[in-house]
Design a protein around this ligand. Structure first.
Ligand code: ZN
Length: 216
């Protein structure tokens, strides 16, 4: 694989499953997934000032500021494991962020967009449950009745994450279409856009993407 031809951006609405797909592609290409969400969650967990600010933004369905994201990115992308490429998940979310990447000398080679209908996303997220004790994830599809929604490991009553409430999901989708969707046009204009279906089997994803990149 040609060096320097594997700087990839993942695009897709919240709940489209782009994180899972990013991981699969990353394994095939042996490049890291840089998830700003993961880095931010770590900050929240540690209770840093940055973490507190980010938490209050996220709880109200807002996006984290460009300034914050850019600072995190600059630091992360200069680490040695990014030398042969990387997959960005969760950033850029706006044209401003995309242009900032270029101004840092980071030319994106491909943008992989995971396409899925809104109603499927709302369904998928509205049914998500998590065990407040051990963190194990579930979907209501597997329970006949809401009184059955107990963790198989510890018997705790399962809870819904605030992020997955329908109203929050709809607000995040609205923000996504307003700010992030224009990035698809942006990358399409330079022939960098690769569209994949959110309904594709996970085993097909890497194959389809590599074929589009001319690597398979
Ligand atoms: Zn549990």
């Amino acid at each position: 694989m040609g060096k320097g031809r594997s700087k990839i951006v993942m695009l897709g609405a919240p709940g489209s499953g782009k994180g899972t797909r990013a991981k699969i592609i990353s394994e095939r290409l042996s490049i890291p997934v840089i998830s700003t969400g993961e880095i931010l969650r770590e900050e929240i967990h540690k209770g840093t000032d940055l973490g507190k600010q980010v938490k209050s933004d996220l709880d109200s369905g807002k996006l984290v500021s460009d300034e914050t994201i850019n600072g995190i990115l600059k630091k992360r992308l200069s680490m040695p494991d990014c030398e042969n490429g990387f997959i960005l998940d969760g950033v850029p979310r706006t044209l401003t962020q995309a242009k900032y990447l270029e101004s840092m000398g980071i030319d994106i080679d491909y943008a992989v967009s995971v396409e899925i209908e809104d109603e499927k996303i709302v369904d998928r997220l509205a049914g998500r449950r998590v065990c407040p004790n051990c963190g194990r994830g579930y979907h209501t599809d597997m329970f006949a009745d809401s009184s059955d929604e107990l963790c198989e490991d510890c018997g705790c009553k399962l809870a819904k994450r605030k992020d997955d409430e329908e109203e929050t999901v709809r607000e995040r989708l609205r923000v996504y279409y307003e700010l992030t969707e224009p990035l698809k046009d942006y990358y399409e204009q330079s022939n960098k856009l690769i569209k994949v279906s959110g309904d594709d089997k996970l085993s097909e994803i890497a194959k389809n993407v590599l074929r589009a990149m001319g690597l398979d």
